[in-house]
Unconditional design. Sequence first.
Lengths: 214, 214
Amino acid sequence: METTQQAEQQRSARARRRQLLEAADRVVLRDGPQASMNAIAAEAGITKPILYRHFGDKGGLYRALAKRHTDALLDALRTALDAPAERRRRVETTLDTYLAAIEARPQVYRFLMHPAEDAQLPEQGFDVGRHSAPLLRRLGEELAKVIEERVDLGPDSEQLSRVWGHGIVGMMHGAGDWWLGERPCSREQLVRSLADLLWGRLADVSDRAGGPGF
Amino acid sequence: METTQQAEQQRSARARRRQLLEAADRVVLRDGPQASMNAIAAEAGITKPILYRHFGDKGGLYRALAKRHTDALLDALRTALDAPAERRRRVETTLDTYLAAIEARPQVYRFLMHPAEDAQLPEQGFDVGRHSAPLLRRLGEELAKVIEERVDLGPDSEQLSRVWGHGIVGMMHGAGDWWLGERPCSREQLVRSLADLLWGRLADVSDRAGGPGF
DNA sequence: CGCCATTGTTACCTACGGTAACCCTAGACT
DNA sequence: AGTCTAGGGTTACCGTAGGTAACAATGGCG
């Protein structure tokens, strides 16, 4: 049948795509974000045009690669955020999960945060932060959702929770980036200090009725 | 005399350098961070090799340019941070100063934060965040200094203040980046929300003996 | 005048993103 | 069988951008 045949083809195409992404992953892990398309193609045992057939352009490949890692990290963070423990403990676990991830694979982290200028589409205005944004934006929105679900912020809670979500993610990111560069203290210490910073305000906000609170 | 002559030369070289930087500034303001060396040279009315004689490589030019803007922003922030007002008001003013700056010149902001991969010096290990770092690092250290000077954090205050400095700067940066992209609320609202987030913890830390406290 | 430092230019090299044109092998159809 | 076509693959190329070597002009200074 032609349908099974098409399905077969699609499946093999997806499999190939995964192979290619894995090769790209290895190269990025080795060379950092400035990994060249040639290098990736070579690692995959093929040549450039195939990469372009699969991913369109470098930005496409990078987006696909970033999505994999972002999804993985987000999953880990979600479980940490949803774990059955008291609020403060969960915050610490979440921070620690993030820091452990960036500590374990700095090259991947660099790639996700500084994807080496992909699109230079002419002038689309104030789109600041299209580059390092995707991961941080997704994290921020995710956290905002969790905050709004679980904490009673009073009126205007939607906006406030988003500001806080992105602010807290920014804090985690900024401190993490600095820490990864200088290693001025242990991970545990960093987690505790950041949680302390957050705790002041988070501590005297009352839980929303029902649910274990953020 | 040769000394005056040398001085003269140095002075003119510095003046030239300033001219070139101003030209580069205009181009970056117009084209964003991916401004090419050719474009900058053209804007300055000369050709590439002169740029290279003055700045070594693209990274050098970018660093010089970044330093100018970073210094300017840092000055503005320092005055906001040192203004004679109560602590909370100063925090808000500082946040607002930063946000107003990035709002006023997004292209410059993008350039400072995402300087398009300068150095690809082979393998210098875990130097994550060399790219967008300089400005944020300087801000973080500056804030850490202010915090440690003015707030009593108990033992281990040096490390804690640095973590908080970089954390808070990260918060400001992250939230600002998101806000600049989506404009979900007014600047005043953003400032208030962020200050609220910080205020919880900052509020119940007692001032260090002497001085008006952070 | 002749020397040399400064300032500039042209012309080139390299590397990379991206693409066009072609090749080839495995099946499907007659 | 023989032909035709779809996919996966390659070579060879283009444009652009960073970076440099080699050479020209200008202007003080012995």
